[in-house]
Design a protein around this ligand. Structure first.
Ligand code: AMP
Ligand code: MN
Ligand code: MN
Ligand code: MN
Length: 288
């Protein structure tokens, strides 16, 4: 089987961050969806890696270690996916702990903002959905706001309450781009720009992001992601070639009924691109 045609899903979330399935249940769903090479990429946290790897190998699915690091760049939050690293690397482990460190205080401030517009108790409400107390995120607030009927779905909640300028939004300083890329790379992995079409950069800022990312040692970009429309997939396939980057593929699955893209349910990478997993073969945990 050529590398392009592997059903690789290298972006997904469990209860260790803002998904609703345990790493083991997620592995089962990925396997049932036809995934052959999987990575669990929880936000800023590695606590699910061992369970995910063991479940994957038991099911006969190859596995790459993964994470998704929150980074602040040019006034926005950018996500950097790391793949195939050593998940015991001390600098990576410490960097992720520092990155998620401010989430508790941020969540309190988000709840204060929501209380000011007549939505009390959102911190406690969001906590009901949290699997890992260090990883309270906007997603958990979103689920609570949908629960109490303020909005119909998560998309509307984010648009009206949880994005910049809205009552529940609190600006936050995440990791620096170069640090995130180095933590991943020095732990033996490859850094990948997650869902580039989701950011609201000017062309100049986007050029700076791709350029600085490569300067720091970043090597990949997500092309086939559940966060991209069909035209966006073409745009970023072109960008991958222009910046000489490896291409990645992943659903960004969070929860049944919430995520539009199922695990593994994406088009194959175009043949003109080099899959990120082609340079990570020595890092793959093999099922057999
Ligand atoms: P945080 O890390 O706390 O800022 O939360 C970011 C998470 O919120 C992302 O990883 C997504 O899972 C989720 N998210 C961001 N924007 C949206 C949106 N428009 N609709 C639904 N979920 C979103
Ligand atoms: Mn998320
Ligand atoms: Mn993301
Ligand atoms: Mn994600």
């Amino acid at each position: 089987m050529t590398h392009h045609l592997v059903n690789a899903d290298l972006h997904s979330h469990s209860t260790v961050s803002d998904g609703t399935l345990s790493p083991t249940a997620l592995a089962e769903r990925a396997h049932a969806g036809g995934v052959e090479l999987w990575a669990l990429t929880d936000h800023d946290e590695l606590a699910g890696q061992q369970a995910a790897r063991e479940a994957a190998l038991d099911l006969g699915m190859d596995y790459l270690t993964g994470c998704e690091i929150s980074v602040s760049f040019a006034g926005q939050t950018v996500h950097i996916v790391g793949l195939g690293f050593d998940d015991t690397d001390p600098a990576l482990v410490a960097g992720l702990a520092a990155t998620r460190g401010g989430r508790g205080e941020r969540a309190r401030a988000m709840a204060e903002g929501l209380a000011r517009v007549g939505i009390p108790g959102a911190y406690e409400g969001a906590l009901k959905y949290v699997g890992n107390p260090e990883l309270i995120s906007r997603t958990h607030f979103g689920r609570y706001l949908v629960e109490i009927g303020i909005c119909a779905d998560a998309h509307e909640v984010f648009r009206r309450y949880l994005t910049e300028g809205k009552p529940g939004y609190v600006p936050h300083r995440w990791a620096r781009l170069g640090d995130a890329v180095r933590w991943i790379t020095q732990a033996g992995g490859v850094a990948v720009i997650a869902h580039p079409a989701r950011y609201r950069f000017t062309p100049t800022e986007e050029f700076a992001l791709f350029g600085e990312f490569a300067t720091h040692g970043g090597r990949g970009v997500e092309v086939m992601t559940g966060s991209h429309s069909a035209p966006e997939r073409i745009t970023y396939a072109d960008m991958a070639l222009e910046f000489d980057l490896l291409a990645s593929r992943g659903s960004d699955f969070h929860a049944p009924g919430e995520s539009r893209t199922e695990l593994g349910d994406l088009p194959d990478l175009p043949g003109r691109l080099t899959p990120v997993w082609s340079v990570l073969q020595h890092r793959v945990h093999r099922a057999r």
